[in-house]
Design a protein. Structure first.
Length: 333
């Protein structure tokens, strides 16, 4: 009898979880100052959500279980966007692997478990396309996760993030929660990281070409041959997709989030050069590593939900550069 009652309660909770998020719902955006979290917060506000809960990392250390428990008890969030994570480039991952695995494991364990214990109706956990195996068929399908060895340079980060995705799935299985997970592609846009050692390719190139223009340098060097292809998504398009998933996606299976198109690094560099207005020469340093020849996501599952990106790569890069020029003295890095 107790077992049947438990199943009935889980079924009722699941039906409530699968409803569209009400405009007056209490929504917690973890990591709201980061690239993704800030875009999600802006998107929610633009769609009329006003009951939004945020905390800076100084106000709430998500690695501390007691602090997280106290926060959930006091704020009672109904929906959670888990955008908080320790992230960085190759150098940071290579030199701080212990911090990357510990911080990300603790953040995920605390937020996911406390969301279950606090009866959160729905949680969205973010992975990353970089945690797929090093060698994958293209485009990368969701089924490729754990199908091969990981990229060694970010293995600690990948293991931690995979644990978070699996944790969501196992909590759904055992406790009847509605915790979903997605795999965003390479992102760029407002509030990006422009740190010299930790930034990714688009902010790094924007910063490099802008500096070359200001200093009237004759040439700019770009690592590699320029032939590898990568997929890039404007973070505001990601935010639109995440809000859509919170409304309509209710599966324990991960779902890719990308635009389904890629571009060569050579073409990307020339696009950024033109947008910045740099008139010098681009030199591709073939002595530096290229990495994987091609990497982009299979987004057919997302397509079926009716999602379409708003930004072209040209429009997105212009938006990113416009933001950089206004915020150049206040960017991260």
């Amino acid at each position: 009898m107790k077992y049947l009652l438990h199943l009935a309660m889980l079924s009722l909770f699941s039906l409530q979880s699968f409803a569209t998020v009400p405009k007056d719902a209490r929504i917690y955006v973890a990591g709201h100052n980061g690239l993704v979290g800030s875009a999600v917060l802006n998107r929610l506000r633009s769609e009329g959500y006003e009951n939004l809960i945020v905390r800076t990392s100084k106000e709430l250390d998500l690695r501390n279980r007691d602090d997280v428990t106290r926060f959930f008890t006091e704020e009672c969030p109904e929906y959670v966007y888990l955008c908080a994570a320790k992230v960085g480039g190759i150098y940071a991952n290579a030199t701080q692997p212990a911090e990357f695995i510990y911080d990300n494991l603790m953040i995920q364990c605390n937020v996911i478990d406390e969301s279950y214990r606090s009866n959160v109706k729905k949680l969205l956990c973010l992975g990353s396309s970089c945690i797929y195996p090093k060698s994958c068929s293209q485009p990368i399908k969701e089924s490729n996760l754990l199908a091969g060895p990981l990229e060694k340079t970010n293995e600690a980060y990948a293991i931690a993030k995979i644990a978070g995705l699996k944790m969501c799935s196992y909590y759904n299985k055992q406790y009847g929660t509605n915790f979903i997970s997605c795999m965003p592609t390479n992102l760029y846009g407002p509030n990006d990281n422009y740190h010299g050692e930790n930034s990714h390719v688009i902010p790094a190139l924007i910063k490099k070409f802008h500096k070359a223009k200001e200093e009237k340098l004759a040439e700019v060097t770009v690592w590699g041959t320029g032939t590898p292809k990568r997929e890039f998504m404007h973070v505001d398009d990601l935010a639109r997709a995440l809000v859509l998933l919170m409304d309509e996606y209710n599966s324990s299976e991960i779902i890719n989030v990308g635009c389904g198109r890629d571009i060569s690094i050579r073409s990307l560099a020339h696009l950024i050069k033109d947008i910045v207005g740099y008139e010098g020469k681009i030199v591709f340093d073939a002595s530096k590593p290229d990495g994987t020849p091609r990497k982009y996501l299979d987004v057919r599952k997302l397509d079926k939900l009716g999602f379409m990106p708003m930004y072209s790569i040209q429009g997105g890069l212009k938006d990113a550069y416009d933001w950089y020029k206004v915020n150049i003295n206040n960017t991260r890095g």
